[in-house]
Design a protein around this ligand. Structure first.
Ligand code: GRF
Length: 217
């Protein structure tokens, strides 16, 4: 089995990127990150990539007339690296259907909620406002509908009485750093695929997302 080529897309701090970089360096992922692409210039995630000796690219969406032309240019840039897997790691862009279709079954995202709860933004504050007792993160295949693709693995954390959106986000982020490299590895090891809109692991269709429970639950 060949080492899989991974392209990671970011828009910010890149802590999930770092978790995947570390997992690759520790040989916990049968893959290597061949490029990190940001739509925002000078974000810290690009520095993380440089420090790890990974090629970086910035494609600023503000330089494009519309979403379609940006996504087209992004696709060309990604494809120049011939990736097996595209990993969205805090990539804050709504993607066109054409883009998503092009990477169908080979693009993953992490979302900071227990999907299907709290699609979209401000997930931590919304969980607090609802008085949710549990919250978490989900790794899923990307489909054209926002945060709606087949969920593979979730991590659940307790919501504490004195939580703010920031403390809750930090607790969720720590779990994100465990589940994202795990799922990337399953894909790279050819154990994970997406068929008929469902995630399959080791030949089994996942009727429900797999669960990682944090301490305190
Ligand atoms: C994470 O919370 C992720 O779930 C969301 O954006 C955040 C990215 O954080 N999609 P980082 O850039 O990986 O630190």
């Amino acid at each position: 089995m060949s080492t899989k080529r991974i392209v990671v897309l970011i828009s910010g701090s890149g802590s999930n990127l770092q978790a995947i970089i570390n997992a690759c360096a520790a040989n916990e992922v049968h893959g290597s990150i061949v490029a990190v692409i940001s739509n925002r210039p000078e974000v810290y995630g690009l520095e993380r990539a440089r420090l790890a000796g990974i090629e970086t690219q910035t494609l600023n969406h503000k330089n494009f007339a519309d979403r379609l032309s940006f996504d087209q240019a992004l696709m060309e840039l990604i494809d120049s690296y011939r990736p097996d897997l595209v990993v969205l790691a805090g990539f804050m862009r709504i993607l066109t259907a054409e883009f998503v279709e092009h990477y169908s079954g080979r693009m993953l995202n992490i979302h900071p909620s227990l999907l299907p709860a709290y699609k979209g933004v401000h997930t931590h504050q919304r969980a607090l406002d609802d008085g949710a007792k549990q919250h978490g993160a989900s790794v899923h295949f990307v489909t054209a509908e926002l945060d709606a693709g087949a969920v593979i693995l979730q991590a659940t954390v307790p919501v504490l009485t004195d939580d703010t959106a920031e403390t809750l986000a930090a607790r969720v982020l720590m779990e994100e750093h465990k589940i994202y490299p795990q799922v990337v590895n399953w894909f790279c090891a050819e154990r994970l695929s997406c068929k008929d809109g469902a995630a399959w692991l080791d030949g089994q269709r996942l009727a429900e997302p797999l669960q990682l429970k944090a301490e305190g639950l």
